[in-house]
Design a protein around this ligand. Structure first.
Ligand SMILES: NC(=O)c1ccc[n+]([C@@H]2O[C@H](COP(=O)([O-])OP(=O)(O)OC[C@H]3O[C@@H](n4cnc5c(N)ncnc54)[C@H](OP(=O)(O)O)[C@@H]3O)[C@@H](O)[C@H]2O)c1
Length: 249
């Protein structure tokens, strides 16, 4: 049985990924949707033409991740696509953030994403694809978004390195690096979204566009997916600086 797995499928970009993959995936028998909230996933599943399974999971729980690994072991599927969308962000100065918020970002964005990737890799074969949600925040350190940006730098770095390691096995890894996107993420991250100002507000991307570009880039085997002119410019500038720095170290 060929399956696609999408984490963070109860909202925002994960939900949109499910909709777009439902239209574009062939050779996939089932799409598995993962998140903590069952209802939005079931509502989404009812609109999908591909057979869909919803799995309620708190990815920060070791016990629940182990149970998910068991489900895979029993089903023994071939995973054609893994999309790791689940992620949280918390805006504010590091010293003022609660320990809980800081640890939630690290546990989900770093630990859970890494574990999920490792669990799923055992079921991937030549032609399988991994899509990891990093962020434009991965490219430069961000004051008042320090931990979030650092977690996304981790995702970016892991994805690029893993992509190289998996090249010989014919498995591609694409790091998706959007700027601000209009999803519930922003309300969770900022509380009051009127705090989003200036360039961030001006460059706000549409969920559908970011996801469509990510799917297109993944199909082309690109290691990084960047949507929109401003994000592309930021990416190119940071890449050029890194290349220059490499001459000196
Ligand atoms: N929106 C942006 O501006 C933006 C920009 C750059 C990158 N990103 C990244 O893009 C990805 C998708 O974000 P989004 O904008 O679609 O956000 P979103 O609408 O808030 O969706 C986040 C998803 O993560 C799931 N999730 C949260 N905690 C979880 C947990 N402990 N276990 C399992 N699932 C959990 C949520 O589902 P439940 O609550 O049901 O568990 C939800 O489905 C994230 O990694 C985010 O960091 C977002």
């Amino acid at each position: 049985m060929n399956i696609a797995i999408i984490t963070g499928a109860s909202s925002g970009m994960g939900m949109e990924f499910a909709r777009q993959l439902d239209k574009s995936l062939n050779k996939t028998d089932e799409i598995w949707l993962l998140a903590r909230r069952k209802e939005p996933m079931e509502e989404l599943a009812r609109t999908m033409k591909t057979k869909t399974k919803t799995i309620v999971i708190d990815m920060t729980s070791d016990k629940e991740m182990a149970q998910f690994a068991e489900v895979l072991e029993i089903s023994n599927p071939k995973i054609t696509v893994l999309v790791n969308c689940a992620g949280v962000g918390s805006y504010g100065e590091f010293v003022k953030q609660s320990g809980e918020d800081v640890s939630a970002m690290i546990r989900l964005n770093i630990v859970a994403l890494t574990q999920m990737t490792k669990i799923c890799l055992s079921y991937m074969h030549r032609g399988s694809r991994i899509i990891q949600f990093a962020s434009g925040a991965a490219f430069v350190p961000q004051a008042a978004f320090a931990v979030y940006a650092a977690t996304k730098s981790y995702v970016y770095s892991l994805s690029r390195a893993l992509g190289k390691e998996l090249q010989s096995r014919g498995i591609s890894v694409t790091a998706v690096c959007p700027g601000p996107v209009n999803t519930p993420f922003l309300k969770h991250a900022y509380g009051d979204t009127s705090r989003i100002k200036g360039l961030k507000k001006l460059t706000m991307a549409k969920t559908e566009c970011v996801v469509a570009k990510a799917i297109e880039d993944c199909k082309m085997g690109k290691s990084v997916s960047v949507c929109g002119l401003s994000m592309k410019m930021l990416y190119l500038v940071t890449q050029s600086v890194q290349n220059v720095m490499q001459i000196f170290v």
